[in-house]
Design a protein around this ligand. Structure first.
Ligand SMILES: Nc1ncnc2c1ncn2[C@@H]1O[C@H](COP(=O)(O)OP(=O)(O)OP(=O)(O)O)[C@@H](O)[C@H]1O
Ligand SMILES: [Mg+2]
Length: 266
């Protein structure tokens, strides 16, 4: 009942799609260290949304909170119009590369098949169709030939793409991608953005964190600028401005020329 008061529900006759993500006065802390400080944010569905901010801004913490992996000190988060616990299978999360133990003994195809597990009943093995979907996802990220390799044998960028394939195989409505372009060359980055555009055209929403300001400006519809608080959020042309970027990155940002030539000193 509390949620109904906070997030007004559409009238029963309305067929509106709920926002992909809604945060109301959300605070997240690690012990006494407040990382996300009273965030209020609404992100529309069927968009590619970039999440930008300096190291330690709380991007990973926010993505983990959305997926229900971080306890909230205060506030509420709704995902696809519901508490995340009710829609877990509809949300795919690709962690930041450094947060993954790559030494586990699984093949590339095994990892991608993990995207199907939420749809399998207890004790059920992946079906022929599950395998087909997983293989198609590997094809989409151009890694079919590596399907039998151990995941630890791949390069950083290839591992990143395997995790993206796992998210695609999940056929989720919301994809949360934490720095998906780390270690990925620009050609492959274009391939991935094309895949994300396909996701958008199917009505799915993508929220991705990145330090690549040029590519968010080029490829995202919406931007969230975060530095422990929401500095700005909205359509890219409204948020990708020199004043917002300066407030977000402070001294980490060198502005060269106009707002289209920006360098983040990592
Ligand atoms: N598990 C944890 N325990 C304690 N502190 C943490 C933990 N995870 C993150 N932090 C702290 O929370 C703050 C935000 O970290 P977070 O990883 O969310 O930032 P980020 O924006 O993702 O940074 P980066 O760009 O380096 O990935 C940092 O000060 C970090 O040290
Ligand atoms: Mg991070």
């Amino acid at each position: 009942m509390v949620d109904r008061t906070i997030f007004p529900q559409p009238a029963a006759t309305e067929q509106s799609t709920p926002p992909a993500i809604e945060l109301l006065d959300t605070t997240v802390a690690y012990g006494a260290h407040v990382v996300l400080d009273h965030l209020t944010l609404t992100l529309p569905s069927a968009q590619i949304i970039g999440l930008i901010g300096p190291n330690g801004a709380g991007k990973t913490t926010l993505l983990k909170a959305i997926v229900g992996a971080n306890r909230l000190l205060s506030g509420t988060i709704r995902v696809l119009g519901q508490p995340v616990q009710s829609v877990r299978q509809r949300v795919a999360y690709v962690p930041q590369r450094r947060d993954v133990d790559w030494s586990f003994p699984l093949s590339v195809l095994d990892v991608v098949l993990m995207g199907r597990y939420g749809r399998l009943g207890l004790w059920r093995r992946p079906s022929k169709r599950d395998r087909e979907i997983a293989l198609h996802a590997l094809e989409q990220v151009r890694l079919s030939k590596r399907r039998d390799c151990q995941i630890g044998e791949l390069s950083g960028g290839q591992q990143q793409r395997v995790f993206l394939a796992r998210a695609l195989a999940q056929e989720a409505d919301l994809l949360l991608l934490d720095e998906p372009f780390n270690g990925i060359d620009t050609t492959t980055q274009t391939v991935i953005f094309d895949l994300l555009c396909q996701q958008r055209s199917q009505g799915h929403t993508v929220l991705l964190s990145t330090h690549d300001l040029h590519s968010v400006e080029q490829n995202c519809d919406q931007l969230v600028a975060l530095n422990r608080r929401i500095v700005a959020s909205g359509p890219v042309d409204e948020v990708f401005t020199a004043p917002v970027l300066r407030s977000t990155f402070g001294s980490q940002l060198a502005v060269v020329g106009d707002s289209h030539t920006l360098i983040v000193n990592k």
